[in-house]
Design a binder for this molecule. Structure first.
Ligand SMILES: Cc1cc2nc3c(=O)[nH]c(=O)nc-3n(C[C@H](O)[C@H](O)[C@H](O)COP(=O)(O)O)c2cc1C
Length: 731
């Protein structure tokens, strides 16, 4: 709930100020180039850092008839205001402080930068615009603060603020990562923006320095010494000076005014005595600092930081919009009332992806004429006609509920109906977290304890929002309930990049249960790919692509292994291909499932056709262990020739197969994993990799088994997962 308040505030602030922030960021990007451009002008004179103020005064006195002022700006460019008989050398210009020569004219702000500055400061609306800009800066400041609080909550404490973030969603991952890194500069820009606005409208008054010199008592007595011999000028480095004003007349009540970084001095024009020292008030120094920090003036490095921060603001707006869109797009639209529905779907979701799955189920149940009602877990109420309850929930933190499910368990105990009902729990989570689908499991054990509730299926856990896994679950659930629901396949982008492949070999095998076949394909043009990449095939007249994991054969061709489904459009299409035919398909890199290049041992676990990418990974010298599960011994005949080849290489240390429809102690590949537990844990401890390819149910079984193995050895599966040691490609 508390997180929700911060999140809504963050969203509301961002939504209200987005137009201003957009304009400010774009103009800020342009303006960041102004100080860089200024700094690159050729007016900085080599050696001026070591030069004394007295030397420059001396040189200028010898070069010009009269000097009014010397100034040194943030770029250490020295300019002077002088009179001279020579028309050319009259006025204000940049000088070489060592030779006294004019080196360039003072240029006014470039018209383009002046135009953009106007937009940035006042949106071309003068004072009214400046007020808007001030308010916009304040909103940006609040966005930074609420964003930081959200990061602290997400990371479970300020100590973990910069700890690793798990990448399971592009927009969220980069929103947090870039938000964290640009937090300080964006805070500074927003804070100084507010400060400068308050200063402009005199809410913060700038303090005028008052001289307290008693003019009456200034006398012309004392020994007159040449200006360049004044001790104060001799002891002051030119680089520390901001400005030196020369006396207006020869009257002793007119002084030299020397402005340094932190104070202003008044100096007797005859004796060189420092008559008065005025320290700049804190507010004035803060104002100067704010200006420099906001504009990057005088520093290329800081200007680049500001430039990157402004670019980041644009990205944060984009990623924030994507995150909000995902949350909002899954709005619930119910056709039935809560009390009229036989199927109740309750959702636990923080960022909307779980709600999306709930909506898919809702639609497919409505399609077959069932009365169904979908809601957030927190909104649980009495459902008078409920026969089936489906809870689909994600997990956050240490097995905690997502934001819309925090009260479910507390409320549901009093609300669940007196009539009997069945329930099923689907957990969405990520193996990268210690408490994998922890909240879904909590809901499961809560429902197990409810008197009238009967579990229909074991809890079904889904890693990384896998659409295929959800389809698998819905199929199982449909079989149990006798409903023919169909979750549509994930929509895939339409801009296809099809390449041509020639069918070199085709081998078909029926093991008494299934028909499986292999295809060896040769790209018609040379293509770069690796085992583990995917081949996307669009069956004729179908908009949706099916993906197959690729094994790269020794002669650089593609090996696919495909199970023929009697109703399967794509497998039927591929099955009717013959040697010599051409197939058009899309080659997709799948970097997350490549053989690691670290020369450490690898264990490969697969079932059925999932062996294909591994058959292309068996070469090389690093230790490899291959575990495979099939239906019968005959099922393996299809792959035998590829394995025979691999056995001749040094790398393959062991190959084991189990068969689910043969006599024998072990039937499933997870049992092989269990039996070889020590080998697998040792391999992971050595930094090796475990790769899994095949069916989702095999993956779930193997992961549960691995979790148990880890617990027995006081390890956490998510540590290995976090180090990228567990790679999966299951369907
Ligand atoms: C900050 C954070 C913490 C998470 N904690 C867990 C966790 O403890 N266990 C888990 O299995 N998944 C965890 N996840 C993964 C989410 O449960 C998973 O991404 C889920 O699909 C998100 O669904 P939603 O978009 O509906 O909220 C976490 C994700 C984030 C961003």
């Amino acid at each position: 709930m508390v997180v929700n308040i911060w999140r809504y505030s963050h969203f509301a602030l961002a939504a209200t100020s987005c137009l201003f922030v957009l304009l400010a960021a774009i103009s800020g990007i342009i303006l960041a180039f102004e100080p860089i451009d200024a700094k690159l002008q050729p007016y900085k004179v080599e050696g001026m850092e070591q030069h004394k103020l007295s030397q420059t005064i001396d040189t200028l006195k010898n070069t010009y008839d009269e000097i009014l002022e010397i100034k040194i700006d943030q770029n250490q460019f020295v300019s002077a205001s002088v009179f001279s008989m020579d028309e050319e050398l009259n006025g204000d210009f940049y000088i070489d402080p060592i030779t006294g020569k004019k080196i360039g004219d003072l240029a006014p702000q470039k018209p383009f930068f002046s135009f953009v500055t106007n937009l940035h400061r006042s949106l071309f609306l003068k004072s009214l615009g400046r007020i808007f800009v001030g308010i916009g800066s304040f909103l940006l400041l609040l966005i930074v603060i609420t964003g930081s609080i959200l990061v602290i909550k997400r990371q479970q404490g300020i100590r973990h603020f910069f700890s690793k973030i798990i990448k399971d969603d592009f927009a969220q991952y980069w929103h947090v990562v870039l938000g964290r890194w640009s937090l300080v500069p964006i805070f500074i820009v927003a804070f100084t923006g507010v400060y400068l606005s308050l200063l402009r409208f005199e809410v913060i008054p700038s303090v005028q320095m008052q001289s307290s010199i008693d003019i009456e008592n200034i006398s012309g007595n004392g020994t007159a010494i040449p200006v360049s011999d004044f001790p104060i000028f001799q002891n002051t480095q030119l680089k520390d000076v901001r400005r030196l004003e020369f006396p207006f007349s020869s009257d002793v009540t007119d002084f030299y005014v020397l402005a340094l970084q932190d104070k202003e001095l008044r100096i007797n024009q005859k004796t060189g005595e420092v008559v008065e020292t005025l320290n700049y008030p804190f507010v004035n120094r803060l104002s100067d600092l704010s200006f420099d920090l906001h504009t990057g003036s005088g520093s290329i490095a800081w200007s680049i930081v500001l430039l990157i921060a402004a670019l980041n603001i644009l990205f944060l707006m984009y990623s924030g919009a994507l995150i909000s869109y995902n949350r909002l797009r899954s709005r619930i639209r119910n056709k039935y009332k809560a009390n009229d529905a036989a199927y109740i779907i309750l959702i636990g979701s923080e960022n909307g992806s779980t709600k999306h799955f709930g909506n898919l189920l809702l639609k497919s149940l409505l399609k077959i004429g069932q009365s169904v009602y979908l809601d957030d877990l927190n909104h649980v109420q009495q459902y008078q006609s409920m026969k089936h309850l489906i809870v689909i929930t994600s997990t956050y933190g240490d097995g905690d509920p997502p934001a819309n499910a925090t009260y479910f368990i507390k409320r549901a105990s009093a609300l669940l109906p007196e009539q009997k009902f069945t329930y099923s729990v689907v957990g969405l989570g990520s193996l990268a977290y210690e408490n994998y689908c922890g909240f879904a499991l909590k809901v499961e054990s809560f429902l197990q304890g409810c008197q009238n509730a009967d579990g229909l299926l074991d809890p079904f856990l889904i890693h990384n929002k896998s659409h295929t896994s959800f389809q698998k679950w819905s199929q199982k659930w449909g079989e149990q309930t006798g409903l023919h629901i169909k979750i549509p396949p994930e929509k895939i982008k339409k801009n296809r990049k099809l390449k041509k492949f020639k069918v070199l070999e085709k081998a078909v095998l029926n093991d008494g249960f299934d028909t499986t076949f292999t295809l060896q394909l040769k790209p018609k043009r040379s293509l770069t790919f690796e085992s583990g990449d995917l081949l996307g095939v669009y069956p004729p007249a179908e908009p949706i692509k099916r993906e197959y994991s690729i094994g790269k054969t020794d002669n650089g061709n593609i090996l696919l292994s495909i199970k023929l489904h009697t109703q399967g459009v794509c497998s039927q299409y591929l099955h009717q291909l013959s040697k010599g035919d051409t197939l058009k398909a899309e080659l997709e890199p799948n970097k997350d499932f490549h053989l690691p290049k670290n020369n450490r041992p690898v264990a490969m676990i697969s079932n059925g056709t999932g062996i294909a990418p591994f058959l292309g990974m068996l070469g090389g010298t690093e230790d490899k262990y291959l575990f495979w599960g099939g239906k019968t011994k005959k099922s393996f005949d299809l792959y035998e020739p590829f394995l025979d080849e691999a056995k001749t290489t040094q790398g393959l240390k062991d190959f084991k197969a189990v068969f689910s429809r043969e006599e024998g102690k072990m039937k499933y590949v997870q049992e092989l994993v269990e039996k070889n537990g020590k080998l697998i844990i040792d391999l992971l401890e050595k930094g090796g990799t475990l790769m899994i390819c095949g069916s989702v149910s095999m993956q779930t079984g193997v992961l549960l088994c691995l979790q148990e193995l880890c617990e027995q050895n006081n390890k956490h599966l998510n540590d290995y997962q976090g180090h990228g040691q567990i790679l999966m490609d299951c369907y």
